[in-house]
Design a protein around this ligand. Structure first.
Ligand code: FES
Length: 590
């Protein structure tokens, strides 16, 4: 990373600590007058502010067309007011954003993972180019989360993350029960099979009426998808990494608690500036170990693996897939939260939220409470006064009575995935699966096959979806349609494996992130219809037991790389730069 000139952290001006350590190089007396002319025009109020006030960038992933992002501009305004109250100069700007919920299942989804890199690029670019002294980032949707952390880890200037917050749950009038953003995909599966009408208890509503009701009421307002899906998983991770105020990940988007959090951010960024707390001071190996414990305890999405690896790579922390397995082995899975369980982040907020879970894990010796945070205090100090989880609540189990005694994430290796693969095994789906391969060279072909009723219910089948990795997709598009259809269609006899990703809302026997991917000639490219595939979560294996390594090599000898589906534009750039999924699929490792 570029090393920009900055004032020493102990430098003083008239006895006061210098807080505008970077911007002072463009605002000090008689230097760079055009810069100052531009800044006065933009709103610097007077000479004193020009000389002394730190410049604080406020980067939100605001945009109107997505519930996860549509309110972030308003949060950014509240944050700016709190920054101004400290006598600092808050400069709001936007990154981009892509909605996973909207792009899911169409070509737009190929742009989702690479949006993470563009968000990081934007924050690094604006902070460094404009000589900002500090940075507040306001992410809301899946890729916003790691993208913002990667951005602040790259520039490494005092920073705070404010999560946009989770959405409220919806309610279906036709089904007379709570629904969420996962319900439409599952309803689609039932619709195709002709069983959706049965979802309505008294048979009063037609399938069309049920679908229409679900579409209109699954997402009742602003905020990210409500279960422990990817955005909420990453928000939880980022809070555990110490980059937010306590409670940021569980406070709903439209709650007074979220507003209060935004009103305190000026005070927190002052602490970070005065104590010179920088992102990489917090993003230590200890902090990442804590984050992995939290992922396992609450059942975070498999996407967390990819994004945590990317954040660690960016912060130059040595973290790899084996760390996930090691922590998974020793961490009990205790959260009854969607998609594998039934509760939402809002439900968890109502019983204390993530700080109460942290308190439980610190008391149980699983989280290291000495890790430091943006408040200038440790995790343990932050949650000391927080209420413990109340007796009788059903969302978080006790450590002595977990849903599963180890974590739900399994790192698998074997002759299909010598570079690793990621499975989410909650125990409900069993630990072993063996079946015959049905190979699809894109998710859409599998979806067509499912729609045509070509996947039987009475035979164990491993559905292989390939050429969907970071390079091959390109962009490792998230897959939910097929797994949602399988769930809605009541399939109990299938496993899904892919070099792509699954949505955080997916559940069932699924394995993703297979490395090396098919597009670079990984062994997944050598699988043929009818090959027996064995998934053994107990021994962390994914393999073709009856196909030798020599046979795989022989098959790959005739394999030819495919022309990438795109050769120009942002996705082509991405496909050429991206690293493999086991390295977080980042674009700045050379
Ligand atoms: Fe934004 Fe789910 S689509 S969090």
């Amino acid at each position: 990373y570029v090393n920009f000139p900055h004032m020493d952290t102990t430098a003083t001006r008239n006895g006061d600590l210098v807080l505008n350590r970077h911007s002072t190089f463009i605002t000090r007396e008689h230097d760079f007058p055009p810069a100052k002319a531009m800044l006065y025009a933009a709103g610097v109020p007077n000479e004193e502010a020009m000389q002394k006030s730190p410049h604080v960038g406020i980067a939100s992933a605001w945009w109107e067309g997505n519930p996860c992002n549509m309110h972030l501009g308003d949060l950014g305004k509240t944050i700016k007011d709190s920054v101004d109250r400290e006598g600092f100069l808050g400069w709001r700007y936007n990154t981009i954003g892509v909605s996973d919920g909207i792009t899911m299942g169409n070509e737009g989804m190929r742009f989702s993972l690479q949006s993470r890199e563009i968000i990081a690029d934007s924050i690094e670019t604006v902070t460094c180019a404009q000589a900002h002294d500090a940075c507040i980032v306001v992410p809301g949707c899946d890729k916003n989360m790691p993208g913002c952390v990667m951005g602040i880890a790259r520039h490494n200037r005092p920073s705070v993350v404010v999560y946009g917050g989770t959405q409220r749950g919806g309610f279906s009038k036709t089904l007379q029960k709570p629904i969420d953003m996962n319900t439409p995909s599952e309803a689609r599966g039932a619709f195709i099979l002709g069983t959706l009408k049965d979802w309505s208890k008294d048979g009063k509503y037609s399938a069309e009426e049920i679908i229409s009701d679900i579409e209109k009421h699954s997402v009742p307002g602003a905020g990210a998808c409500g279960g422990m899906y990817t955005a909420n998983s990453l928000a939880t991770v980022i809070e555990t990494l110490g980059l937010t105020l306590p409670g940021s990940s569980s406070a709903p988007a439209e709650s007074p608690a979220k507003l209060r959090e935004c009103e305190r951010i000026g005070e927190i960024i002052r602490i970070c500036l005065e104590k010179n707390i920088r992102p990489r001071d917090l993003l230590t190996k200890k902090a990442f170990e804590n984050a992995l414990v939290m992922i396992m305890a609450v059942g975070g999405s498999t996407n967390s693996v990819l994004h945590v690896l990317a954040m660690a790579k960016t912060a130059e922390v040595n973290l790899n897939l084996d760390d996930f397995q090691r922590v998974s082995n020793k961490t009990p899975f205790i959260a009854n939260m969607a998609p594998s369980g039934k509760h939402t982040m809002e439900d968890l907020f109502n019983v204390g939220g993530i700080p109460s879970v942290m308190k439980l894990l610190i008391a149980g010796g699983l989280l290291d409470g000495t890790a430091m945070t943006v408040t200038g205090k440790s995790l343990a100090e932050n949650v000391e006064a927080w209420p413990s989880l109340p007796q009788g609540q059903e969302i978080i189990r006790s450590l002595s009575n977990p849903i599963k005694s180890s974590g739900h994430i399994e790192i698998l290796r074997g002759n299909i995935a010598p570079g690793g693969a990621v499975a989410k095994i909650t125990g409900k789906e069993g630990l072993h699966f063996e079946g015959k391969a049905r190979v699809f060279d894109k998710e859409e072909f599998l979806c067509t096959s499912l729609d045509n009723g070509e996947i039987p219910h009475d035979e164990n089948i491993v559905l292989v979806v390939r050429y969907e990795g970071p390079k091959g997709g390109p962009g490792m598009p998230e897959q939910l349609r097929a797994s949602g259809t399988l769930k809605g269609g009541g399939f109990k006899n299938v496993a899904l494996i892919t070099d792509g990703r699954y949505s955080g809302a997916s559940h069932g026997f699924i394995v993703g992130h297979i490395v090396p991917e098919a597009a670079v000639g990984g062994p997944i490219a050598a699988i043929r219809d009818g090959d027996v595939i064995r998934i053994d979560a107990e021994n962390h294996r994914i393999e073709m037991p009856h196909v030798s390594d020599e046979e795989i090599q022989e098959r790959l000898r005739t394999w030819k790389p495919r022309r990438l589906p795109v050769t120009r534009g942002t996705l082509a750039k991405y496909a050429h730069l991206v690293s493999n999924a086991s390295e977080g699929a980042v674009t700045d490792i050379f």
